[in-house]
Design a protein around this ligand. Structure first.
Ligand code: DX5
Ligand code: ZN
Length: 238
């Protein structure tokens, strides 16, 4: 694969701009195919997939089998958020299942370069995430080597938690560090009341679980959140 094709595959789809990314965790698991189709038809280019191991976080969600089942049903870019120990060990299974980008947590990666290399070897894009208590300095040495940085705005493990505004100073700092082809994602408690502050701080990618899939109309909710983010960023598509 040529280097330019590789880059195209590992990055969010061209033209994603400010991007509200529905999180499958809050969807109705008995109607997953319909839930995914609804946000895809609305125009969402990316789907967020939360993987939990009951160890790094105190909850369990789903694994590569579910992602593989959804893969033939959707053309969306699959943004997989690994909240698990040993991300390098499991990355190949998630890439094989159809993940386009795989994010690991710096808190479980004593050798982050090795994790990045393991994910890159699968052909997927690479993201790194920091918990609310983890400082930007923890990823300073590797930030140039990733496609995406994910700032957690709740403690990972559960949907429906309250947004933690104190993490926005980390978003502001990262905005000044990341290059134009790197995504700055925020995850947790993003809704109509919080998305503007996240956009003003410099986030370009907004994970939204409860506020999309638990809304009466998930398509209308996704569109409204996208509008609010664009408005807050001054209509400038980054
Ligand atoms: C939390 C997950 C989130 C979760 C967000 O550990 O990483 O992606 O789905 O859910 P909401 O949007 O409900 O806070
Ligand atoms: Zn997530």
């Amino acid at each position: 694969m040529a280097k330019s094709e590789q880059a195209a595959k590992t990055r969010f789809p061209a033209g994603s701009g400010l991007c509200v990314v529905p999180s499958l965790l809050a969807a109705d698991f008995a109607r997953l195919a319909d839930e995914v189709a609804a946000v895809e038809q609305a125009g969402a280019p990316v789907l967020h997939l939360d993987v939990m191991d009951g160890h790094f976080v105190p909850n369990l969600s789903f694994g590569p089998g579910l992602i593989a089942s959804l893969r033939p049903l959707s053309r969306m870019f699959f943004d997989t958020h690994l909240m698990i120990d040993e991300p390098a060990r499991y990355a190949p299974a998630f890439a094989k299942a159809g993940s386009d980008l795989i994010t690991f947590h710096i808190e479980v990666a004593p050798d982050p370069q090795a994790v990045i290399a393991a994910i890159r070897a699968t052909g997927a894009g690479v993201g790194v995430s920091i918990n609310p208590a983890t400082e930007v300095d923890a990823i300073a040495g590797i930030v140039d080597a990733v496609d995406l940085v994910l700032v957690m705005s709740v403690w990972p493990g559960f949907g429906g938690q309250t947004f933690m505004p104190e993490v926005l100073k980390k978003v502001e700092r990262l905005r000044g560090i990341l290059g134009p082809h790197q995504r700055l994602e925020i995850d947790g408690g993003i809704d109509h009341a919080t998305i503007a502050r996240a956009a003003q701080a410099g986030a370009d990618t907004f994970v939204a679980g409860t506020s999309v899939f638990r809304a009466a109309d998930s398509v209308a909710a996704w569109r409204e959140l996208t509008h609010l983010a664009e408005q807050a960023a001054g209509g400038v598509v980054q």
